[in-house]
Design a protein around this ligand. Structure first.
Ligand SMILES: [Fe+2]
Ligand SMILES: [Fe+2]
Length: 376
């Protein structure tokens, strides 16, 4: 296999990774720190997942065939081929960036790259293990997109002298096992919340172009459209088995994943105040706005939305954030006192989580046809 010119033009995830490896080999790195950061597995860092691929391979999409074929054709037509590559519009100025902003922005890029690549390895593996043509076709297309996304972020990082070593991560990062249904809930949500995050920043910078401190944000619209399609695919997969969204236990699981995904995002974003300041984005407003869009979209398939305007919602998200700071500081401190403070922090976080998890949700009557177009 000869590597293509650039991951942006790759037709498969494998080609995209090979192209990125070639670039890595040609560029001297000043630091492997990005890979170290990407290797971390905490509650707040993106993880790699593995699942029961046989069970997933057995999915029968015939009940959603018409919509399935339209979506797959759209993804095959590949409207974003070649998009994830620097052009004349790329005007990155790493040297002119405030050090505090640079640090948080790099952290944001590493975390985003790891999350993109996490999707890539899961989807690529499903493609490799499966024999159901509907499923392998979909997962190959999604893996292709995620590899391009991760590759493009790595292009941006490489200019700052760092990169995430994708090959190394694939082999060495710990994989977390999730049952297929949990993969559907978690991945559906992360694709849709990814769309909501990227489009909210893109629209904000469209209104305030002077705040765009790095060119990568100019690429966000097409980017989030890819994520939107991926989410659509998972919505259809969820539709193939009504039990997944209708049984009592599964409804609880959906509520759990909504709560976990939203609160993780909140805590993580609040750890990057300088980054959000530079974008002119109030991070609390941003969080609520992204939740609102994601909730609206998720009505296509989830039987409930969280009540994010409930009086218990924000105070407990803030408590969780404070608890996470306490845990981080306690880890740093170490010793018996550090340990005690860490346990205390975890208890606080758990208590706050339970407090938002038990807020009554808004019921939602799910439409027969889930398909939506990106509208924000
Ligand atoms: Fe992506
Ligand atoms: Fe995606």
């Amino acid at each position: 296999m000869t590597a293509p010119v650039h991951s942006a033009f790759a037709n498969t995830a494998e080609e995209a990774i090979a192209a990125q490896d070639a670039l890595d080999a040609a560029t001297p790195m000043t630091s492997e720190k990005a890979t170290e950061v990407a290797m971390q597995n905490t509650l707040l860092t993106p993880r790699f997942y593995t699942t029961d691929f046989e069970e997933m391979d057995a999915i029968d999409v015939s009940s959603v065939r018409e919509e399935w074929d339209i979506l797959i054709d759209q993804m095959k037509s590949d409207p974003n081929k070649g998009h994830f590559k620097k052009t004349d519009e790329w005007d990155a100025d790493w040297d002119g960036m405030e050090p505090a902003l640079k640090a948080e922005f790099i952290d944001f890029l590493i975390s985003s790259c790891t999350a993109e690549f996490s999707g890539c390895v899961l989807y690529k593996e499903m493609k490799r293990r499966g024999s159901n043509e509907d499923i392998t076709t979909l997962f190959q297309l999604m893996a292709r997109d995620e590899a391009r996304h991760a590759g493009f972020i790595n292009d941006a990082l490489r200019e700052a002298g760092i990169r995430v070593n994708l090959g190394f991560l694939t082999q060495k990062k710990k994989y977390t096992y999730f049952r297929p249904k949990f993969i559907y809930y978690a991945t559906y949500l992360s694709e849709k919340i990814g769309y909501a995050r990227y489009i909210t920043i893109f629209r904000h910078l469209e209104q305030n172009p002077e705040l765009r401190f790095h060119p990568i944000f100019k690429w966000f619209r097409e980017w989030c459209n890819d994520e939107f399609s991926h989410g659509e695919a998972f919505a259809l997969l969820l539709k193939t088995d009504p039990k997944l969204t209708e049984s009592f236990t599964n409804k609880l699981w959906i509520k759990f994943f909504l709560t976990a995904v939203y609160s993780t995002m909140w805590v993580r974003d609040h750890q990057r105040p300088v980054f959000h300041d530079a974008l002119g984005v109030d991070v609390t407003w941003y969080g609520q706005e992204v939740f609102r869009k994601t909730s609206e979209i998720s009505k296509q398939v989830f039987p409930m939305t969280l009540d994010i305007d409930h009086p218990r919602w924000r105070p407990n998200l803030d408590r969780m954030e404070a608890a996470s700071r306490q845990i981080a500081a306690a880890k740093e401190r170490g010793g018996v006192l550090g340990f005690a403070s860490r346990v205390g922090g975890m208890a606080k976080a758990a208590f706050a989580f339970v407090s938002i998890f038990t807020i009554p949700a808004h019921k939602n009557a799910v439409p027969d046809s889930p398909r939506m177009e990106p509208a924000y």
